[in-house]
Design a protein around this ligand. Structure first.
Ligand SMILES: *Cc1c(COP(=O)(O)O)cnc(C)c1O
Length: 407
């Protein structure tokens, strides 16, 4: 450190010989914000490796806090490696671009998260990567669609919006038998409802890659975007890490710190939102305007038995705090919109896992190749349950239904 006591004040505001004493420790890790990372000398510069997390080279490749968050998400997922991405969708696109090349084909469940379908059908196709859809409720359909060019199969339990729960072990087995890589969108399960790398409880069956939108439960705030890509395979991790680096997928220090701060309470929030969602979903089953309630933990909901085997062996089990209802076909789309607008506590907005309850009406015909057979006719509305009092949410649903549907 140069002696700057006689330097210009501008210089002294940048170069300062003071060093706080070492040994400070607090409950939460500090925020590290960096594009530039400083090296003690050229030897340290040459020796520094970010690839194996043994050093630091540039903010894009990681800071102490981002390495720590990767460790904690890997622990949550039951993985050995994890990479952070700037959003859940970025984690999905990096995974696809890392594992697919020109001439390959990717298969998606027909009820997949919409933007993943758009990525595959629009962007990947432009790069000569084929894309097919399979029926997530039929392992034989998946088996029949896997061809010579199929390199990646996406899995998503339950389906986005329509909430069908697939037979995940059966789908993974079909892919493993054909040596096709599997990538799971684990945003719903969040690492809590089931173990993606250990589907049968004995490490004999698991997915290859688990992608998690940390935007939802791990953040818990509805105020930031982040994604994670986890795997137990060093070879897969290195391949995805290379692509992640090529695309410049960095995350911001303040966002990393916010997720680290929210993580310790995540399991409690997940359980509370699960309990509230199940209570409201059961109550909705008795409402006159509701033709069907779609929640995998409810008997009669599509794939309930698959959910029970995977997420609730011999107990109450766990489910995310979201569910959908089909508003009976005798009501018009305009009436369903009016119902959503009449809600006071539930606000209109995308996403879930935050403190505020959300509602969203969906026009399914525009989203699906074929109408899901198990669905009652009508309009699908999805509810994401926040952390408000359940009674208040139920009263809100009741007043809006009475106002708009007259019952
Ligand atoms: C929200 C979500 C994503 C994408 O996460 P973003 O951070 O919003 O990009 C992916 N998959 C599922 C199932 C999601 O709910």
């Amino acid at each position: 450190m140069p002696d700057t006591t006689r330097s210009d004040v501008a210089t002294r505001l940048i170069h300062d010989s003071y060093r706080p004493p070492a040994g400070f420790e607090s409950v939460q890790p500090p925020v590290y914000k960096a594009s530039t990372v400083l090296f003690a000398d050229t030897a340290a510069l040459r020796a520094s490796r970010w690839e194996d997390r043994s050093g630091y080279t540039y903010g894009l490749h990681g800071t102490p806090a981002s390495y720590l968050l990767e460790q904690r998400i890997a622990a949550l997922e039951g993985a050995s490696h994890c990479l952070l991405a700037p959003s859940g969708l970025a984690a999905i696109s990096v995974t696809a671009l890392a594992l697919l090349s020109q001439g390959d084909e990717v298969l998606l469940p027909d009820n997949v998260y919409g933007p993943n379908k758009a990525l595959s059908q629009e962007l990947l196709r432009r790069y000569g990567i084929g894309c097919g859809l399979y029926d997530p409720m039929d392992a034989q359909d998946l088996a029949a669609r896997i061809g010579k060019a199929t390199r990646l199969v996406w899995l998503e339990p339950p389906g986005s919006v329509t909430m069908e729960f697939p037979d995940l072990p059966a789908l993974v087995r079909v892919c493993q038998e054909r040596a096709v890589a599997t990538a799971l969108d684990n945003t719903w399960g969040a690492g809590l409802a089931f173990a993606p790398f250990d589907l049968l409880g004995d490490a004999s069956l698991g997915v290859d890659v688990s992608v998690h939108a940390l935007t939802k439960y791990p953040s818990g705030g509805g105020d930031l975007l982040m994604g994670a890509i986890s795997t137990r395979s060093s070879a897969l991790h290195e391949r995805i890490q290379r692509c992640h680096m090529h695309l410049g997928m960095g995350v911001a220090g303040n966002d990393v710190e916010a997720v680290l701060r929210a993580l310790p309470g995540m399991a409690l929030r997940y359980r509370a939102q699960d309990a509230a969602a199940r209570e409201l979903a059961r109550w909705m089953q008795g409402q006159g305007a509701v033709a069907q309630v779609l929640h995998p933990a409810l008997a009669g909901s599509p794939g309930h038995a698959h959910w029970q085997l995977l997420c609730a062996p011999g107990g109450e089990g766990l489910a995310a705090g979201i569910f959908s209802v089909v508003i009976d076909a005798r009501y018009t789309g305009a009436q369903v919109d009016a119902f959503c607008d009449a809600l006071q506590h539930f606000r209109l907005g995308y996403s879930w896992g935050g403190p505020l309850s959300l509602v969203m009406p969906y026009q399914l015909a525009a989203m699906r190749g074929r109408a899901p057979a198990q669905l009652a006719p009508g309009t699908v509305v999805r509810f994401a349950i926040g952390l408000e009092g359940v009674q208040d949410l139920r009263a809100d649903l009741a007043q809006a239904m009475e106002r708009v549907f007259g019952l």
